[in-house]
Design a protein around this ligand. Structure first.
Ligand code: SF4
Length: 259
């Protein structure tokens, strides 16, 4: 049987994070996430925050001028590719297709089928991931992924349990792939420097040249104010002491009020 996936939305926008900042992309937001980050800005994707057994019966497909069409879930790889080609024809060109969530790697069997098809038609895909699911990553095709934006989650920021071993396993697999890999760490008030040091140590042990992005938590209603400027200087110093490519990049799509 062909694999199917439940989606939340498909839309065209500007990449607002990391190394492809500012590039036009077609975003595919998958439903489902195994984490519960305190700063999550897509709570509708988080499995634990939905009724038990919930799966969305439809998703939003952006048709242009801010309008969405509702399309039934689940989709096959061929369904998704056809939708992306239609959007590329109506709103392209885009730099690449961004697979985001939620957590795309919860749909690994689907991605095994989808990624080669997408890469052959629309070019290599960009994978955004929590970076703690090494086994699903290992199941994906070696070719067809152009970029991996890998999170390392700091427990003092997410409020979740640490998953250092899983992050280390993921790093080892991702670094061996032909894809361009970078690590993103969300940083903000309450950050425990020991957590940041641990994340830096993991990356340095794999390769000190893997780009490392410190991303300030974007304040939302009801959340703490942003970190002090001096704290970011300290965090940059900690990361730069072991790594050769450290950058601070805020979520620019939020600054521009983009989707
Ligand atoms: S990994 Fe992403 S989608 Fe999942 S809870 Fe954290 S911020 Fe939300």
């Amino acid at each position: 049987m062909r694999s199917q996936a439940h989606l939340l939305e498909i839309f065209s926008s500007i990449q607002g994070e990391g190394l492809l900042l500012g590039k036009r992309q077609l975003f595919v937001r998958f439903y489902g996430c195994h984490r519960t980050c305190s700063y999550c800005d897509t709570p509708e994707a988080v499995t634990a925050w939905q009724p038990r057994g919930f799966q969305p019966d439809s998703f939003a497909f952006e048709t242009g001028n801010g309008a969405d069409e509702r399309i039934a879930n689940p989709v096959t790889a061929a369904d998704l590719l056809a939708l992306l080609i239609a959007r590329e024809e109506s709103a392209g060109p885009h730099h690449s297709v961004a697979l985001t969530g939620g957590e795309p790697l919860l749909h690994a069997p689907f991605l095994q089928e989808f990624i080669p098809k997408a890469a052959a038609t629309l070019g290599p895909v960009y994978l955004e991931t929590t970076g703690d699911l090494p086994k699903p990553l290992a199941q994906l095709p070696q070719k067809g992924i152009g970029w991996i934006a890998m999170d390392i989650k700091l427990p003092s920021i997410t409020g979740d349990a640490p998953r250092w071993r899983e992050h280390a396993g993921f790093l080892a697999i991702a670094d061996a792939l032909p894809a361009k890999l970078f690590v993103k760490v969300v940083a903000g008030p309450g950050l425990d420097p020991a957590d940041l040091e641990k994340a830096v140590e993991l990356v340095a042990a794999q390769s000190p040249h893997i780009p490392f992005v410190l991303q300030p938590v974007t304040p939302q209603e009801g959340t703490a104010p942003p970190a002090e400027q001096g704290e970011f200087r300290d965090w940059c110093r900690i990361a730069s002491s072991r790594l050769s490519d450290v950058r601070v990049i805020p979520q620019c799509h939020k600054l521009l009020a983009l989707r």
